[in-house]
Design a binder for this molecule. Sequence first.
Ligand code: PGA
Length: 247
Amino acid sequence: MIIANWKANGDILSNLKWCKFFIENCPKEIISNIGITPSSLHIGQIKDLLESFEVKIGIQDIDSDGGPRTGSISGEMAADIGCDFTLIGHSERRTLFKERNELLKQKIESAYQANLQPILCIGETLEENKQGKTMDILKSQIEEAISNITIKEDFIVAYEPVWAIGTGITPKAKDINVIHEFIKDVVQSQSSDNEVPLVLYGGSINESNSEDFFTQINIDGGLIGGASLDAEEFLKIVNIYSRLITQ
Ligand code: PGA
C-alpha cells in the first residue's frame, strides 16, 4: 500500500488539481492500494472528487474519544464522513503534541470501535539510533500500543525513523528490511490470532530511492509526506510500486 500523507498542507484549489491529475494518471489496477490522508477539513472534498474510485481515504489522527473535547475529531466522526483508515502515533504527533504510547493504545481501540483501520506509526530518534537502541524502542512502541488488543487481519505498521522524516536522509533499504522483519515478529508475538501486519516504510521516500525500498521483501509499501504533495511526483512513485508488485 502507498499512502500520501499531506500533513497540514493543501487547499481547495490545489486539492482539485491534485485529484484531477491523479484520476487521469493513476494505474487503475493499483488504485485500491493507494491511500490519501488530506487535512481533516478537506476529507469531504477529496471523498467527493474521488468517490467513483476505489482509492482509500484516511484521517491523519483521531482523538481517543468523542464528546466534550473541544477541537477534537473522534473515530466515529471520521468513519461517518467515509474514512477507511487512520494514522495513529505519527512522530509529529508524538513530538509536537506529546502523545504517549498509552494514549495511542486508546486511539487504536477507538479506531477499531469505529471500524476504521488503524495504521500505527513508530520510529526511533537519531540519538536512539546512534545508541543502538532502535529495536528496543520499536519493540516498546509496539507492545505498549497493542498489548491486550485483539488486532485484526488488516493491521498496518508504518516504520518511520524520526531522523528520516523530511530530511532527505534514509536508512539503507536492506537495513529497513531487517527492521521490518523484526516489527512483523513483534506484532505477531503480541497477536492472539498470530496476525502478521503489513509494514510500510516512511521517511524521505522519493522517485529516485523508492525502487530500492519496494524491492525489499519485508517492505510492503510506503507512507509518503513531502513527495506526495506534488501529484506528478507521487504518481511516479506509485508507478514504480505498481510495476514491482505486478511483475
Ligand atoms: P516525508 O514524510 O516523506 O516528507 O519524509 C513522511 C511522513 O512523515 O509520513
